[in-house]
Design a protein around this ligand. Structure first.
Ligand code: NOJ
Length: 544
């Protein structure tokens, strides 16, 4: 039972689970290896479900496990209705769903609708077919510009570096049309104006909903529709980064029709199945459009993730998020890390300071109204691995920028479970697809389970309290404006009965007397050596 499910709404019906859910991202390749090949897999995830139940999360999001050449860590899907043998079988999915549900944990899978793999049968067919043929019209093929069409159709750039277009060789052996790929060349973009594409994905949704998944995380949810004129960016607009208004390939209004149709599909199933939008959008009010009541359910709040460790910046993003989402009746959500960004412990300064701030940050995040997303390993206080050898890096960002961007592998290093030496119980062999630092011996689940002061102990306790304190989860918040001298302090109430105070600064502050009157500290991110004083980079939950 989630905390929300225990609290009836004013009308009497329990609030839907997803309005307050804490959802744990399992980056399948790096979570747990069941067969010893050094790559995480579904049997590995299944074997660790009790760990996730004990951690106290409500649901898992599994990153793509579908057949894929792994040109982009599985976000290049060659078959949307099967499992890559490296990750298991469909029977493993069924077994994982059954076990997770028995443990009271829901499971969300990744849906990758913007593009397929270049090995998808549709793209192989498109390459073999004529320009203008139905097979080509499932993707975005265009003639080139310039003499003999030798220039790309426009100046759009791939998120991973280089042009967003690649040229194909036609059946007669001559250079021919170009196809669009906003990501790697191995990830051709689908044409979402084509009804066949829409029908196919609605069918894919039903395939997984019929198997019992609790929902989908929608990859690049802001990318499906493109301006039909395909205008040049001409230096006016950035290719990547959060979408700004008027962009020709991000956040086009036509994406919303797709999500309304999907919502009709999922609403026909029992049990509150959900969609979570991965949409990098610059403004909360544009993001809120994805979670209107007849579209997707929640969206990752990347504004919160990107905010610096600064009280004013955090407060601004909290306020604008809460306000924009309230206007559409959707719950806010909060996220600190995922498999695409530098881990937040490192972003917050690394070392003991980064750890201290990361401990405070999770108490802030879990006290805010709505839902939250936890990325595997943050509960162990894992830092970004910055010194991976270049030859082991697999992220296409690294190769496509000639190494100028280091890529995302440093956030994807396999989890340390137990023991004193790599691969720290990752699987039954001595292999792990990326090397783990030797000093992760102190960060294993086994080591932290034995230490009440560990990051893991903090996450467990916070998640446990979140389930039991009625003020937390879905609902509203009230800022408690601290004394002006304490401008580094964020203090807010979650009625009934909970107050969260975060000292974002580096020096201790007094806890305002009216805040602490009659309330006890129930959890602090770092020890509180003095009564009524909050040390720097520390958060506390008070309850009455
Ligand atoms: C977002 C995913 O999280 C990321 O890993 C992937 O590279 C892109 N979408 C493209 O699918």
């Amino acid at each position: 039972m989630t905390a929300a499910a225990e609290q009836p709404e004013p009308g009497g019906a329990p609030a839907p689970w997803w309005r307050s859910a804490v959802i744990y991202e399992v980056y399948v390749r790096s979570f747990a290896d069941g067969d010893g090949d050094g790559l995480g897999d579904l049997p590995g995830v299944r074997s660790r479900l009790p760990y996730l139940r004990d951690l106290g999360v409500d649901a898992l999001w599994l990153t793509p496990f579908y057949p894929s050449p792994q040109a982009d860590g599985g976000y290049d899907v060659a078959d949307h209705r099967d499992v890559d043998p490296r990750f298991g079988t469909l029977a493993d999915v069924d077994a994982l769903l059954a076990d997770a549900h028995d443990l009271g944990v829901r499971v969300i899978v990744d849906l990758v609708p913007n593009h397929t793999s270049d090995r998808h049968p549709w793209f192989r067919e498109a390459l073999a077919a004529e320009p203008g043929s139905p097979a080509r019209r499932r993707y975005v093929f265009r003639p080139g510009r310039g003499a003999d069409g030798a220039e790309p159709p426009n100046d759009w750039q791939s998120v991973f570096g280089g042009p967003a277009w690649s040229r194909v060789t036609e059946a007669d052996g001559r250079p021919g049309q170009w196809y669009l790929h906003l990501f790697a060349p191995e990830q051709p973009d689908l044409d979402w104006t084509n009804p066949e594409v829409r029908a196919e994905f609605e069918d894919v949704l039903r395939f997984w909903l019929d198997r019992g998944v609790d929902g989908f995380r929608v990859d690049v949810a802001h990318g499906l529709a493109k301006d039909p004129e395909m205008p040049d960016l001409a230096g006016r607009l950035p290719s990547s980064g959060p979408a700004v208004e008027g962009h020709p390939h991000w956040d086009q209004d036509e994406v919303h029709e797709v999500y309304r149709a999907w919502r009709r599909v999922s609403d026909a199933y029992p049990g509150e199945r959900v969609f979570v939008a991965e949409a990098w959008i610059a403004t909360p009010h544009r993001l809120a459009r994805y979670v209107r009541s007849d579209e997707l359910h929640t969206a990752f709040n990347f504004g919160f993730l990107l905010a610096p460790w600064d009280a004013a910046a955090l407060r601004r993003v909290i306020d604008t998020s809460v306000d924009a989402l309230a206007r559409v009746g959707a719950p806010p959500t909060w996220v600190l890390s995922n498999h695409d960004v530098v881990r937040h412990l490192t972003r917050y300064g690394g070392g003991p300071l980064g750890l201290r701030r990361a401990r405070a940050a999770v108490l802030l995040m879990l006290a805010l109204p709505g839902g939250a997303y936890v990325y595997q390993g943050e509960e162990l206080g894992l830092p970004e691995v910055l010194d991976l050898p270049d030859e082991l890096r697999q992220d296409p960002t690294f190769t496509r920028t000639g190494g100028a961007e280091r890529g995302r592998d440093g956030a994807r290093v396999p989890l340390p479970w137990s023991g004193d030496a790599p691969p720290f119980g990752f699987g039954p062999s001595d292999r792990a697809w990326l090397p783990q630092p030797a000093d992760w011996a102190a960060l294993t689940v086994e080591a932290q389970q034995a230490d009440p002061g560990s990051m893991l102990a903090l996450y467990r306790r916070a998640l446990e309290l979140r389930r039991h304190l009625p003020g937390l989860g879905d609902g509203s918040m009230r800022w408690l404006d601290a004394a002006p001298a304490a401008r580094d302090v964020l203090a807010f109430a979650r009625d009934p009965g909970v107050v969260c105070v975060v000292n974002v600064g580096s020096t201790p502050v007094d806890l305002p007397a009216d805040l602490v009157a009659g309330a006890d500290p129930v959890l602090a991110s770092s020890p509180l050596p003095e009564a009524r004083r909050l040390p720097g980079a520390t958060a506390v939950w008070l309850a009455r």
